[in-house]
Write a protein that binds this ligand. Structure first.
Ligand code: SF4
Ligand code: SF4
Ligand code: FES
Length: 302
């Protein structure tokens, strides 16, 4: 879900009720519990949960790490929508005279305790799509001899999909995953597209074989709820559609994979040549003109 920057300036209600669906793994008991928290400007749902844990009820189970939308570990259903607790401000989800925020563990994930869910199946699906570069030369795969060439435009084509933080929000929002736990799910399919689109990768045949299956990309209904909740704007739904299009071409024999060759190793220390003065200029600048105008160009930053 896109960040709500307006929420940062909004004033939250003074007192909010946090209603949490709790689960005790020892007694297998599930119940709803309410807590009251004094909210302040900028307070996130995770801040409120940590306040409860430290001051009201230390038995509450919540998982987090970075507190800045990077580790992907604090996902939960907030008022029915999968969101990151550390990126969601109270002001964004609570309003009115009697504000209540309802928190539940992420759907489609087994619950460990309270708001903590189990990610083994999610990561097994991620692993099943071979989330690493595959090279035809097995020797090169094991012991790379140098960097692989990639143009800036080629990097831009995979950049968006490389931003995934494995938070599982897309997976929790997907109606197909909810109905069929065997479905690979938006994150794994999106990652397949990320590698098929990577010019350095040569494993497209293996990758197409994984996703061209009963539980693969054909199951996607393109409801796009996965893209709507993604906190990093990765757009798994778009990636799955593009993956299907590539798979279709592959099946018809029209698919052409762009390649990338290893670059020669960089020169040893001491062999490097200094950059020519033109290399220090912004594109389009005229070196002769600058010299005429006595603009000093220093290569040594002195
Ligand atoms: S677009 Fe596909 S993967 Fe995404 S939520 Fe819909 S069915 Fe699931
Ligand atoms: S695609 Fe988005 S929602 Fe899904 S796991 Fe990656 S970052 Fe999270
Ligand atoms: S605590 Fe890391 S993403 Fe929320």
């Amino acid at each position: 879900m896109a960040l709500d920057f307006e929420a940062a300036t909004r004033i939250p209600p003074k007192m909010v009720k946090i209603r949490i669906r709790r689960y005790n793994p020892e007694t297998k008991k599930m119940w709803w519990q309410e807590y009251e928290v004094h909210a302040h400007k900028g307070m996130t749902v995770l801040d409120a949960l940590l306040y409860i844990k430290e001051n009201i009820d230390h038995t509450l189970g919540v998982r987090y790490s970075c507190r800045m939308g990077l580790c992907g570990s604090c996902g939960m259903n907030i008022n029915g929508t999968p969101m990151l607790a550390c990126q969601t401000q109270i002001a964004q989800v609570a309003s009115g005279g009697n504000p209540v925020i309802t928190l539940e563990p992420l759907p489609s994930f087994p619950v460990v305790k309270d708001l903590i869910t189990e990610f083994t199946s999610f990561f097994n699906k991620h692993k099943s799509v071979k989330p690493y570069l595959i090279r035809k030369d097995t020797e090169e795969q094991e012991t790379p001899k140098g960097h692989l060439k990639m143009k800036p435009q080629e990097f831009i084509e995979i950049f968006q999909f490389s931003n995934c933080i494995f938070c599982g929000l897309c997976y929790a929002a997907c109606p197909v995953t909810a109905a069929d736990p065997e479905y690979l799910g938006p994150q794994a399919l999106m990652y397949t597209f990320r590698y098929i689109n990577d010019v350095r990768d040569e494993g497209h045949e293996e990758r197409f074989a994984v996703v061209d299956s009963e539980n693969g990309c054909h199951r996607c209904h393109f409801a796009a709820t996965c893209s709507a909740v993604c906190p990093k704007a990765v757009d798994p739904a778009g990636a799955i559609q593009a993956l299907r299009s590539k798979l279709f071409k592959y099946r018809l024999g029209f698919y052409r994979k762009k390649g990338s060759k290893p670059l020669p190793p960089p020169p040893e220390k001491g062999e490097r040549k200094p950059l020519p003065p033109e290399a220090m200029l912004v594109p389009g600048a005229n070196l002769e003109q600058l010299e005429k105008e006595k603009v000093v160009i220093s290569l040594n930053n002195k």
